[in-house]
Ligand binder design. Structure first.
Ligand SMILES: *Cc1c(COP(=O)(O)O)cnc(C)c1O
Length: 494
């Protein structure tokens, strides 16, 4: 199976080519030429298998230039007991309809691990399959979760060097400590004076600097990225929706062919788009509920057909969803209306910050998706209600989704009997102070003390990768100006 650009002029590459290249040459995103399907009995068959085997089966439908044996070896390492103790994507019933799919049992306690544990393995194979002799220099700008998950995934991977840049005052204390104490001989972490946009623009500038690319090439390196528009990050996310359905089947919670709804706390539209692909493959899914926080640009888009990023940016307690441009929405537009119309909308977005899709496109999207949003006080109230009502401790992002799922269920009484899978994207301990405050209406203690306060309050165990964080050795303390970013890239490749 080959991959083409959402904007129609990016050529045709293999899966390995798409994973190595990241972005298509015309600025579009890579998509498979067709969507493979699940065979009639396949869900029953898959439900008998382990998560790594389910993953290898699904991935092999999309990554046809990788052998099943290669994929199984990679999936077994990525999703095995040592990295995901107790299972990669467990599902828990909360009340009559909610089924919480916990995606944060990996090494960094956020759902980004589901993709970033497997992607480095796919990436290294892609370098071999495309006969690449140089070392990949992966630059990451992060507002928190992606940086740590990428560091953990790529540490000590042969043929890869990595530098992560985060805004010095733009990440939580836990996130900062997670990155500063990172192990591995091929990684570096820098705090940048400025906000996330400064770090991101700095990385983009280096990527598009031909002189930098030339100098790097002389030293035997080439630039690459690990961000969420890479197909190698998206395809592993399809797996856990199929897997969750299989688990509900084998638990006897649903019958063969029974539809479930899916609700996803959304930022860049990657996670929910993966659920849409699972539906396109034939997974029995009803509606996809797109949950947003106060930055509700997607809610407005799904309800009106107008995408407009010209609005106030809110800093919320669910920072990984504080996004005004959801890059992966481009992939949905491409599937719904083709590359020509998609390129037109993306041009308008770049020029004016907004676009309006045709009525026909809006209706086709509305057949699969609906949008809900949840403000700060309702997020906090949901954390408290779900804890007091069901003894379930939720992080801030997952609470947005739980709130939106409940609002959706209240709006459609005809689907009352239906199960709704809610993607839970981070451990409550990753955002311990906000969760503590939501439960107690009190200010949380400083820094990592909030973790201890929360476990004392709830008796829920601190998620293992976050326990003892304050006792680990700090390796990275350097703070730089954004003008120094290119310089440090030179330094680390000398
Ligand atoms: C990245 C992230 C999200 C948003 O996921 P998208 O794929 O960007 O929509 C939601 N919650 C958490 C905790 C995240 O880290």
């Amino acid at each position: 199976m080959n991959y083409i650009s959402t904007r129609g002029n990016g050529g045709r590459v293999t899966a390995a080519g798409a994973i190595k290249q990241g972005l298509a040459k015309d600025g579009g995103l890579f998509m498979p030429e067709s969507i493979p399907s699940l065979a009639p009995n396949e869900l029953r068959e898959l439900s008998l298998l382990s998560y790594p085997k389910r993953a290898a089966r699904i991935l092999s439908k999309f990554l046809t230039d990788y052998t099943y044996e290669e994929l199984l070896a990679d999936c077994s390492e990525a999703y095995g007991e040592s990295r995901f103790p107790g299972g990669a994507a467990p599902i828990t019933a909360v009340g009559g309809a909610l089924r919480i799919l916990e995606l944060w049992h990996g090494p960094t306690a956020a759902f980004k691990d589901m993709a970033l544990q497997i992607m480095p393995r796919l990436f290294v194979r892609a370098l071999r399959k495309t006969d690449e002799k140089r070392t990949a220099l992966i630059l990451v700008a992060t507002s928190g979760d992606t940086g740590k998950a990428a560091l953990e995934g790529y540490k000590d991977v042969d043929g890869v060097r990595m530098a992560v840049f985060y805004p010095v005052d733009g990440v939580s204390r836990v996130q900062k400590l997670q990155m500063a104490t990172q192990e591995g001989n091929n990684v570096d972490v820098f705090a940048v004076r400025g906000n996330f946009d400064d770090a991101q623009n700095g990385v983009k500038k280096i990527f598009s600097d031909p002189e930098a690319a030339r100098l790097l090439d002389e030293k035997g390196y080439f630039f690459s990225s690990a961000n969420s528009i890479n197909w190698g990050r998206l395809v592993p996310q399809i797996v856990y929706y199929v897997s969750a359905y299989c688990d509900l089947l084998s638990d006897g919670d649903i019958d063969d062919g029974e539809k479930v709804d899916i609700c996803v706390p959304t930022g860049n539209f990657g996670n929910i788009f993966a659920a849409y692909i699972a539906k396109q493959m034939g997974l029995p899914v009803g509606k996809l509920v797109c949950a947003s926080n106060a930055n509700n640009v997607l809610t407005d888009f799904l309800r009106t057909g107008t995408y407009d990023r010209n609005r106030l940016f809110h800093t919320t307690m669910s920072p990984s969803m504080d996004i005004l441009i959801s890059s992966n929405l481009e992939r949905l537009l491409y599937l719904v209306c083709g590359s020509e119309e998609t390129a037109k909308y993306m041009n308008e977005l770049a020029k004016t910050g907004k676009y309006t899709v045709s009525d026909q496109v809006r209706e086709r999207i509305a057949a699969d998706f609906c949008g809900y949003c949840c403000d700060e006080s309702n997020t906090a109230a949901t954390i408290k209600e779900i804890y007091e009502g069901f003894n379930y401790l939720s992080d801030t992002h997952s609470a947005v989704a739980i709130n939106c799922a409940e609002a959706y269920l209240a709006d459609c009484s005809d689907t009352a009997a239906r199960r709704i899978i809610v993607a839970s994207t981070a451990s409550p301990y990753k955002f311990a102070s906000s969760v503590y405050t939501a439960l107690t209406a009190k200010e949380a203690p400083e820094g990592t003390e909030a973790l201890y306060a929360l476990t004392e309050l709830t008796s829920v165990e601190i998620t293992p990768p976050l326990a003892g964080l304050d006792k680990r050795t700090v390796r990275f303390t350097r703070v730089i100006d954004k003008e120094e970013m290119l310089g440090v890239v030179g330094e680390i490749t000398d």
